[in-house]
Design a binder for this molecule. Sequence first.
Ligand SMILES: O=c1ccn([C@@H]2O[C@H](COP(=O)(O)O)[C@@H](O)[C@H]2O)c(=O)[nH]1
Length: 234
Amino acid sequence: MAELIVPLDQPGIDDALRLVDELGDGVDFYKVGLELFTRAGPEVVRLLKERGRKVFLDLKLLDIPNTVAGAVRAAAALEVDLLTVHATGGTAMLEAAAQASAGRVRLLAVTVLTSFSSDELAEVWSRPVDDVAAEVERLGALARRCGIDGLVSSAHEVAALRAALGPEAILVTPGIRLAGGAAHDQTRIATPERAVRDGADHLVVGRAITAAADRREALRQVRASMRAGAGAAE
Ligand SMILES: O=c1ccn([C@@H]2O[C@H](COP(=O)(O)O)[C@@H](O)[C@H]2O)c(=O)[nH]1
């Protein structure tokens, strides 16, 4: 069964821990991203581990190989379970990250951010992009060749990634929304059901739960949709 990751995109430690206490064991991993880590630092990771939570440190590392390797070693020392780097860092950076992890933390390469449309990607890369999925597959294959454990993509690309990369690759999909839910700043969105049906191992579900009027009810609906996807995949 796929696992659920909830991002703690909160203004501070107190808000983050309140959310953890509210959702508790209904969530498999809690994600610490740029906002919370910049505000609260490693202390928040320590507090989550103290509460027995699995931690996904989503720092999306992108720098020269030596700097990224140092950051991977620092994250491994915090005993986080998952850590992100950017696939666009290229071979030397990805290999340095994989080597630095020494199996102590599972690394995920972000392929193309779920907020990106093909037009935005074309603007940034300064060339036409007809098929975002093809770009995701290319970057995903590169990261896997470099020894990275898994990938972050939208659910739109996950079936093709699974087919191309096999069962070993850890596939993580943000950009998840309940049917009819607001997209916010995300472009390539999908329901929990679709992500699970198409082969995702972990779903990152943020505002569909955290911004809901009744968060526990939203969590229940997300879990139900994930179960429907698992049923459809059988
Ligand atoms: O491509 C990516 C990579 C990471 N994220 C992160 O996931 C969550 C999504 O939050 P929602 O509220 O469910 O949109 C957020 O923390 C991002 O930093 C992503 O969205 N896309």
